[in-house]
Structures are given as structure tokens and as C-alpha cells.
Design a protein around this ligand. Structure first.
Ligand SMILES: Cc1cc2nc3c(=O)[nH]c(=O)nc-3n(C[C@H](O)[C@H](O)[C@H](O)COP(=O)(O)OP(=O)(O)OC[C@H]3O[C@@H](n4cnc5c(N)ncnc54)[C@H](O)[C@@H]3O)c2cc1C
Length: 306
């Protein structure tokens, strides 16, 4: 049985790892230059910043088993926020080291954007075709809908009912290199009812040798200004946190528009098989969401194919 997986984020990698460990033939296709999707760490000049997922919790035994292995290899480290009681985890050298580790020994084709799905075949922007017995799609649901609009597969009424439930919040992220470290307690602070909802000090997190912060605008602010000139929006975001990050401390900054950050409305099951098709929808839009939910979604989806 040959499985094609679209997306090398946590869901796709988790599914691929499980299937290939059981001897299945699996190919992952991802449009990006690297693996990880929203588990992303960016280099800015000499600095490094996690700019998608910032940290994660571990609730299930399945995810705990992976994290135990990653802890033993110093890929992850425990992390505690001053404002939260429960222990969280981060990538010790950046969040993207986790998907990079999962990706080892998997058959992954990068820079391959899937643009068309036929009955038992997908086509990519570069003109390549890949046949499949099973297809697992792990990209955010609005992008799945766009892909299907251009494809020869149609959703049933029931399929539509399921996918219509799923919704994501946008997030405008600013990453800035600083002259000197901030005084943000324990390296991260959650702000309520403000332009910025989250500030992370990547220097205190231990992932960069040069002080670098990540700012995530609130979902409300991000939604309102998503299509605006991002350079101007970034200045507004930086100005709103000047009590934490003094303008004179800024060296340089970058801004990024995440159209889909966290899945705020999800289908309750960890994955969904389209009616009468060997096509499975997986990712953080299914189950408990976030990094752990994406991992579990891929895991349970693949388990169903074994
Ligand atoms: C700003 C932000 C902050 C977050 N904070 C947290 C946090 O603190 N804690 C937490 O637990 N979670 C957080 N999350 C959510 C978490 O990152 C996601 O839930 C999780 O990483 C989703 O994994 P996934 O595999 O479902 O999807 P993704 O990581 O999005 O993977 C999908 C992959 O599909 C690829 N792709 C898309 N379209 C195509 C196509 N047509 N062809 C080929 N490839 C394609 C993409 O390149 C991507 O690599 C955050 C996310 C963002 C963006």
C-alpha cells in the first residue's frame, strides 16, 4: 500500500513515522523549503526566534512517549511560564528541531506544492505526479477547500458538514533582534486585551545567543489588520509593547502573516475519512488541536491504515 501525505508539519510527520516504522511505503510532499510547518524557527541576522508555535503541553501517553525520547536526546526541554502552573515543553534549540528530528529517515519531497488531486494521483506545481492507495491531507482546512476546488474530487454533503465546523485564528507575528535582553519573566508573557497577546524572549528561552523577541498580535487585532501593509502594522505592534521593548533597544525586525495559527473550532475526532474515498483529513483542525493535537491526529489517522 502506498500512502501520500500532504504536509510535513507535526501531523504529517507523525503519520509518516508510524506508517514507515510498520513497513508501509510513504511519501510526504510539502510546499515549503523545510519541514515543520507552523513549528517554525527563523534566523534574523545573528538572532533566532520561534515564530509559530511557542511551547506545548503534553497530556496523552502517545505524545508523552515521543517527548520522553526527545528529552533523552536533549531536543526538548521542560519550560514553565510565570503565569501558568503546568509545566510546558519547548525545543531546546528552537521549536523546529522537533519536526526535524521526526523527519529523519522519512521520504520527504520539499518544494512540492500539491495543486491537483485526481482519483488515485496528486499533481504538484512543478509538474510531478504521485500515485497513491491512500492520501492523508494535513494542511489547514481552508487550503484543503481551495485545493479541492481545483481538483477532480468533490465533497459529499456529510464531508462539507464536517469541514465547515473547522476554523482557525489568524496571527500577525513580529520578530525583533535587540541590543540587550528584556526583563520578561521566565522568557514569556501573556497579555490580556491588548494589541499583543504574547511576547517571548528567545534569549531567555535559550535558543539564541543574541537577544531576539517574538510578538504575537491578538487574534482580534490580527483579523482586523491581516490584509493591511504589514510593515506599518508591525510598527503599531512594536509601539504597543514599548514598556517591555524600548524602541532604542531595537536592532531590526521582521513581520509574518499567519493566516491560520491555532484551530479555534475543531472536528472532535482526531481525523476524518472522506465518504467513499481513500482520502483522510488530519492536522490540528481535528481532535484537541495545537502541537499535541496535530501529532495525535497524524498518529491515529495512520493507525487506522495499519
Ligand atoms: C503564530 C502561532 C502560534 C502558535 N502557538 C502555539 C503554541 O504556543 N502551542 C501550541 O501547541 N500550538 C501553537 N500553535 C499551533 C501549532 O503550531 C499547530 O497546531 C501545529 O503546528 C499544526 O501542525 P499541522 O501538522 O496540523 O499543520 P502545519 O504545521 O501547518 O503543517 C502543514 C504543512 O502543509 C504544507 N502545505 C500546505 N499546503 C500545501 C500544499 N498545497 N502542498 C504541499 N504542502 C502544503 C505546509 O507547508 C506545512 O508544512 C501556533 C501556531 C501559530 C501559527
Amino acid at each position: 500500500m502506498k500512502t501520500i501525505i500532504i504536509g510535513a508539519g507535526m501531523a504529517g510527520l507523525s503519520a509518516a513515522k508510524n506508517l514507515s516504522q510498520k513497513g508501509h511505503e510513504v511519501i510526504i510532499l510539502d510546499k515549503g523549503r523545510g519541514v515543520g510547518g507552523r513549528m517554525s524557527t527563523r534566523t534574523i541576522e545573528q538572532g533566532k526566534a520561534d515564530h509559530g508555535a511557542q511551547y506545548f503541553s503534553v497530556k496523552s501517553s502517545e505524545f508523552q512517549a515521543l517527548i520522553n525520547q526527545l528529552q533523552a536526546e536533549n531536543i526538548t526541554t521542560k519550560w514553565q511560564l510565570a503565569q501558568r502552573e503546568n509545566v510546558r515543553y519547548i525545543g531546546a534549540k528552537g521549536m523546529n528541531t522537533i519536526p526535524k528530528k521526526l523527519a529523519e529517515n522519512l521520504n520527504i519531497h520539499l518544494n512540492e506544492k500539491v495543486v491537483l488531486i485526481k482519483k488515485n494521483e496528486v499533481k504538484t506545481e512543478s509538474g510531478n505526479s504521485y500515485s497513491f492507495d491512500n492520501l492523508i491531507i494535513t494542511i489547514p482546512i481552508p487550503q484543503v477547500i481551495e485545493l479541492f476546488d481545483n481538483s477532480e474530487i468533490i465533497f459529499s454533503k456529510n464531508d462539507e458538514k464536517i469541514i465547515d465546523k473547522i476554523e482557525y485564528a489568524p496571527c500577525i507575528a513580529v520578530m525583533a533582534v535587540l541590543k540587550s535582553p528584556t526583563e520578561i519573566p521566565t522568557g514569556g508573557i501573556i497579555l490580556e486585551n491588548q494589541t499583543v497577546a504574547w511576547i517571548a524572549d528567545n534569549f531567555q528561552k535559550g535558543i539564541t545567543s543574541v537577544p531576539t523577541v517574538t510578538l504575537h498580535a491578538s487574534a482580534e487585532f490580527s483579523k482586523k489588520y491581516l490584509e493591511d501593509d504589514l510593515q506599518l502594522v508591525a510598527i503599531e505592534i512594536l509601539t504597543s509593547v514599548r514598556q517591555w521593548i524600548k524602541p532604542k533597544n531595537l536592532v531590526s525586525w521582521q513581520v509574518h502573516r499567519w493566516r491560520y495559527s491555532n484551530a479555534i473550532k475543531r472536528f472532535e475526532e482526531p481525523f476524518y475519512q472522506l465518504e467513499n474515498q481513500p482520502i483522510y483529513l488530519s492536522g490540528d483542525g481535528f481532535g484537541i488541536g495545537n502541537v499535541e493535537g496535530a501529532f495525535l491526529s497524524g498518529y491515529f489517522c495512520s493507525k487506522n491504515l495499519l
